[in-house]
Design a protein around this ligand. Structure first.
Ligand SMILES: Cc1cc2nc3c(=O)[nH]c(=O)nc-3n(C[C@H](O)[C@H](O)[C@H](O)COP(=O)(O)OP(=O)(O)OC[C@H]3O[C@@H](n4cnc5c(N)ncnc54)[C@H](O)[C@@H]3O)c2cc1C
Length: 404
């Protein structure tokens, strides 16, 4: 019942770590409370797993320490994971923004990792509930004792790979955060990220006529901006551009001060003021002009929402300069203040987590608790949409697998 390493959490990071450590000849036990292995990999990317991205750098991640992820990403890069895919002959393809997906099924990645663990002699315990963890110190030797519903196991190194809180119904739990706190390791409060944004009922009511619109727009907040689809839904804002900006909007939770809105540039790449000025003397109606770039129904309803009925019934030449300046400003930066997010049930990842200040970026070991490692999403490193979160899981799992 004694192992060199116990890894808790058989997801992306945990399986990668266990396989690597096993290949080094370490005796490894991999524990998970779920019935099925790698459930989050299986459901990802619409069943095809967006497993990494052609271009990965620290700029694609959010963290209280944006440099922390550099070392692991450099030591096991996207190219290393692509090489694993090639070796296993798993076919994949590239979509926009360098996103790489399996051609057939995410299950192929789960099978690859599972086989890598088996080839490396990793032992499994799942479904297995962890009840308690204690540090046993006998003379100079320290061991972690892991009490489970399948008995008590001990180990020299304990790796926590229990992920974040997104989508609780597929096995997410706060286990990793609780364990960190048990060992005095600070946790940046977890928040939903890559998540649709909710709007307050009054704003939602006013925006009802816009619901259902899909726009090619830029969502912006602070210095971050993403040009992709924005969807206006009956609950608020969604679509890839919104999911991306939601993570940055959520970072405000860690700062003092008044919350700021997100802004939507409805005419990315176009100076709305100059463009409206070109047409100012014409007889065209504003919604018809905007329909050159925006869905016609949306253009009409949006003009009425922002400027009232006159914007839709008078030709542009009869609108005042102030009105046009206001509209131009809102076309390039339409401010919308979210009331919150749709929460962990609809989030793809978790912002925050085990503080990177407490971990070694080279090994992922806790500085104050030798032999205790944290990897993957449980750590305060959150990637953009586009394969970056799996890449962090592979990279951090691989690194810990070399040292634990
Ligand atoms: C719907 C969805 C789609 C996604 N699509 C993508 C995508 O296409 N590309 C991308 O890069 N990222 C995607 N992500 C994010 C990505 O899945 C995660 O960032 C990644 O899986 C994190 O890996 P991990 O190993 O840290 O955690 P997980 O993969 O979440 O693994 C954690 C494991 O720990 C186990 N566990 C949890 N608590 C306990 C406990 N108390 N005891 C024992 N075991 C426990 C869980 O059962 C699970 O197996 C998606 C997420 C979701 C929710």
């Amino acid at each position: 019942m004694h192992f060199d390493i116990i890894v808790i959490g058989a997801g992306a990071a945990g399986m990668m770590c266990a396989a690597q450590a096993g290949m080094r000849g370490r005796r490894v036990l991999l524990i998970d409370h779920a019935e099925k292995l790698g459930e989050r990999i299986r459901v990802s990317g619409g069943g095809r797993c967006n497993f990494t991205n052609r271009t990965v750098s620290a700029d694609n991640y959010l963290s209280q320490n944006p440099h922390f992820c550099r070392s692991a990403l450099a030591r096991f890069s996207q190219f290393d994971f692509i090489a694993m895919m090639d070796k296993r002959r798993i076919p994949y393809h590239e979509r926009e923004h360098g996103q790489l997906f399996c051609d057939e099924s995410a299950q192929e990645i789960i099978d690859m990792l599972r086989d890598a663990c088996e080839d490396a002699g990793v032992q499994w315990a799942f479904p297995c509930a962890v009840q308690q963890i204690k540090l046993q110190a006998a003379e100079a030797v320290k061991r972690y004792a892991v009490a489970t519903d399948q008995g008590c196991f001990t180990c020299q190194s304990l790796v926590v790979a229990t992920g974040g809180l997104a989508i609780p119904k597929i096995g997410a739990s706060p286990f990793g955060y609780r364990l960190a706190e048990q060992f005095g390791i600070p946790v940046i409060p977890p928040k939903p990220a890559l998540v649709p944004l909710a709007l307050a009922p009054e704003l939602l009511e006013a925006m009802k006529p816009l619901a259902g619109a899909t726009l090619d727009a830029t969502a912006q907040f602070d210095d971050a901006q993403f040009r992709e689809n924005v969807l206006i839904t009956h609950r608020g804002l969604s679509g890839p551009a919104i999911l991306q900006i939601s993570s940055y909007w959520q970072m405000q939770e860690y700062r003092a001060g008044k919350k700021q809105p997100v802004e939507i540039d409805l005419l990315p790449g176009l100076d709305a003021g100059a463009w409206l000025e070109e047409h100012r003397q014409g007889r065209v109606h504003l919604p018809n002009l905007l329909a050159e770039h925006l869905p016609r129904r949306f253009a009409h309803e949006w003009c009425a929402l922002l400027g009232g009925e006159k914007m839709t019934i008078r030709p542009i030449s009869e609108l005042g300069r102030r009105d046009l300046e206001m509209i131009a400003g809102k076309l390039n930066a339409w401010p919308l203040m979210p009331a919150g997010t749709l929460g962990f049930a609809k989030a793809e990842v978790t912002l925050g987590g085990v503080s990177t200040d407490a971990l070694s970026s080279k090994t992922m070991e806790a500085k104050a608790a030798p032999g205790l490692y944290f990897i993957g999403e449980v750590v305060d490193v959150t990637g953009w949409l586009g394969g970056y979160n799996f890449q962090w899981a592979w990279s951090s799992g691989w690194v810990a697998g070399q040292f634990a």
